[in-house]
Design a protein around this ligand. Structure first.
Ligand code: PAJ
Length: 285
């Protein structure tokens, strides 16, 4: 596996790879969910590129940017084992302001100010609770797509709103990239794998699968004809959870739906102690 943090070097490496080229962007701290994306890319593409970049622009003030788990050495070993051809690990740069952690200016050069605004879809649900989050995601992924120029972008269904936002960016701005959404990888008890699960203490960890169970109960209630508000009101979360939202949304627009119709996501977010958990169920057309 070739590894670089330099944009020109990365461009040169990807130009020499056989096509189709699959791309898996990550923030590192890799788990089996990330690795599933790599495995699917490996099966479907002649070459696979990955990136590790903990993107300051998508973290709000008071979020976990500084303490987000980082293990580039361990992550590289996993990517090598999974057959990744090239890994891009850029520096943050002085243009990221106070949150900059490196001298080099690869991703946010001094004076950086051009951002990607996705409009209304970026302001609901995760976007409402995390102002600026999706502008950060859309901007960094736009930049990564320009550098890597992949044929296929691999994203996890775990971050459902992120998939809708990035599909919109690719469509609105005419990227020559296809987007593939890979189903959520879960622990045996149903908890969706997430780098942030590492923050849960033992008690919280045992309660955590309740979020997924609640989403399943909403799905099952809707399937036997319950009204949305009744299905949501009947969904139970263990003590210690603080619910942020449950809803049913159009899979493409993320607009709230009164009646379930596919394609849709049943989405949920809750705090468990100091940790935010999000999850969803895909309702296929
Ligand atoms: P990160 O949280 O590291 O996730 C990288 C990719 O792995 C995302 O597409 C995410 O949806 C996927 N993923 C995470 N948990 C998963 C699971 N349990 N099953 C399947 N896929 C899973 O998402 C980001 O990074 C960033 O926002 C990024 C797109 C890299 C832009 O900075």
């Amino acid at each position: 596996m070739q590894t670089t943090g330099d944009i020109s070097a990365m461009r040169k490496i990807v130009r020499a790879l056989s096509r189709p080229l699959g791309f898996v962007p990550t923030m590192g701290a890799l788990h089996a969910g990330h690795m599933r994306l790599v495995d699917v890319a490996r099966e479907e593409c002649a070459s696979v590129a990955a990136s590790i970049f903990v993107n300051p622009m998508q973290f709000g003030a008071g979020e976990d940017f500084a303490k987000y788990p980082r293990d580039v050495a361990g992550d590289s070993t996993k990517f090598v084992g999974a057959g990744v051809d090239v890994l891009f690990v850029p520096d943050v740069g002085a243009g990221a302001g106070a949150k900059a952690v490196a001298e080099a200016d690869t991703m946010y050069p001094p004076g950086f100010s051009t951002t990607v605004d996705i409009g209304a879809m970026g302001m609901v649900f995760e976007g409402a609770l995390r102002p600026g989050h999706f502008a950060g995601v859309a901007t960094v992924v736009t930049k990564l797509l320009h550098i890597v120029q992949p044929d296929v972008l691999y994203l996890g269904q775990k971050d459902a709103q992120q998939t809708a936002v990035l599909r919109k960016v690719v469509r609105d701005l005419a990227f020559a990239t296809e987007v593939r959404i890979v189903p959520t990888v879960r622990e045996a008890d149903g908890l969706a794998l997430s780098s942030r699960n590492a923050y849960l203490n033992a008690h919280e960890r045992s309660a955590a699968p309740d979020l997924y169970r609640a989403l399943l109960s909403i799905r099952d209630a809707l399937a036997i004809g319950a009204k949305k508000e009744d299905a949501i009101a009947a969904a139970h979360l263990a003590e210690g959870f603080e619910l942020e939202y449950f809803d049913i949304v159009d899979a493409d627009t993320f607009e709230s739906l009164e009646n379930l119709r596919a394609p849709a996501f049943i989405i949920g977010a809750a705090r468990l102690g100091a940790t935010r958990l999000i999850d969803n169920i895909w309702i296929a057309a």
